[in-house]
Design a protein around this ligand. Structure first.
Ligand SMILES: *Cc1c(COP(=O)(O)O)cnc(C)c1O
Length: 395
């Protein structure tokens, strides 16, 4: 795009690209020797380190069972498969594509539902009219804010159908009643990929208080083979590698401190940007704690003086990475064009059109947050000259 503003020649505010996120890995001698031990042992997958990680994670999360898998998408697929659901699963359209993909891969239909305008999570009021014809509900802890799992559970109980929680963003989050995310629904599934709050490189973790389901999931991640090579059902290879298990166990030791820092950085953003008109933050339910997997900001173009896309472009020019999460929303993506939509998704479409996520990672310097906030404040203050400078550009 040709820039017509006067400041094109000026170097960007940040000489190096500010990443949207980075995994926090404490690459110390302990981790190095654990990985070396794995390489020497010849046990490269689903061994001692994976088991120890599962135990440490279930302790941390306060759940009975944790089953480590190769990634969250596979974990969600295996949960749906093990539940033996037939029919449609209700899912918010305002989510990452993998939520819907897992439902489709498990052989279920995707049924889109609306998200709440302030919490940005699946709206129980929108689920209620869909529940009679649903086989299950999959809710998402969007950006780390716990969804209203209790009300969704009540709705599911009226029909005896399961609530599955896509907890990809929720490692380190807490429900309003003090239960850690991981402890509700029939199962919760975390993602441990590098953009999430706890990372094992690639990985996922299924948590459940249902012993029979946990046992079935352990078989499911081994192709459905309980060990005698007579597969009982069609599973998958969903195993976690030992190196990932070691990374997870190591990351878990420092996790409480890092998630605390991450939360304080998110709050710093919220405080510093809170005074600007037209920027809205996610409402975290009273008493709940968000992991702040992402720091999402909704940009009201008319009030902020600049659209979401203009702000993203301005920040990119200054070397600040942002992402338009989740745009397009799931029902707007080409892969889903044949899926019928019979719900009002206007909030979802509104969110998708106005949402931006700002750089955030647990070891991010507070100074960097301040500098980004200052920059956004300056862009807002200079919006009239920006609008003149980019005159005529459609947006
Ligand atoms: C990242 C993500 C997933 C998929 O996780 P993987 O571990 O990459 O499979 C699923 N759902 C949501 C909401 C996500 O953000």
């Amino acid at each position: 795009m040709t820039d017509t503003t006067a400041d094109t020649a000026r170097p960007p505010r940040f000489p190096e690209l500010v990443p949207l996120t980075r995994p926090t890995v404490e690459a110390d001698a302990g981790l190095a020797s654990a990985i070396e031990g794995i390489l020497r042992s010849g046990m490269l997958t689903n061994g001692r380190h994976v088991r120890e990680f599962e135990e440490a994670a279930s302790d941390y999360l306060g759940v009975d069972h944790a089953v480590a898998v190769s990634n969250c998408t596979t974990g969600l697929m295996l949960v749906l498969r093990c539940l033996g659901l037939t029919g449609d699963v209700v899912v918010p359209s305002f989510t990452f594509m993998a939520s819907g993909h897992a439902i489709d891969w498990a052989g279920n239909g995707v049924r889109f539902a609306e998200s709440h305008a302030r919490t940005w999570t699946l709206d129980p009021d929108a689920v209620a009219p869909l529940i009679a014809r649903a086989a299950g509900v999959m809710a998402v802890h969007t950006f780390g804010a716990p969804c209203d799992a209790d009300r969704l559970q009540e709705l599911c109980d009226t029909r005896g159908i399961p609530l599955v929680l896509d907890a990809a963003h929720g490692f380190g989050s807490r429900y309003p009643d003090g239960v850690m995310v991981g402890g509700k629904g029939v199962a919760e599934v975390f993602s441990l990929s590098p953009t999430k709050t706890l990372s094992t490189g690639e990985g996922g973790l299924i948590t459940t208080n249902d012993a029979a389901l946990a046992a079935k999931l352990r078989t499911a991640r081994e192709y459905g083979n309980p060990g005698d090579y007579d597969s009982r059902f069609v599973g998958l290879n969903g195993r976690m590698t030992e190196v990932s298990g070691a990374l997870g166990g190591h990351a878990l030791k420092g996790f409480a401190r890092w998630i605390h820092l991450r939360r304080s950085l998110a709050e710093r953003y919220r405080t510093r940007l809170g005074g600007l008109p037209g920027l809205e933050f996610q409402e975290v339910p009273a008493g709940a704690v968000s992991s702040y997997k992402d720091l999402g900001v909704r940009v009201d173009g008319a009030r902020f003086g600049m659209t979401r896309d203009e702000l993203a472009e301005r920040l990119a020019r200054e070397n600040v990475s942002t992402r338009k999460y989740f745009s397009p929303a799931l029902h707007q993506q080409r892969a889903y064009r044949d899926v019928p939509v019979d719900a009002d998704l206007s909030v979802t479409e509104h969110l998708a059109a106005s949402m931006i996520t700002l750089p955030l990672y647990s070891h991010m310097p507070a100074r960097l947050v301040d500098e980004i906030c200052d920059l956004i404040g300056e862009l807002h203050a200079a919006r009239r000259s920006i609008q003149r400078g980019s005159g005529g550009r459609a947006s």
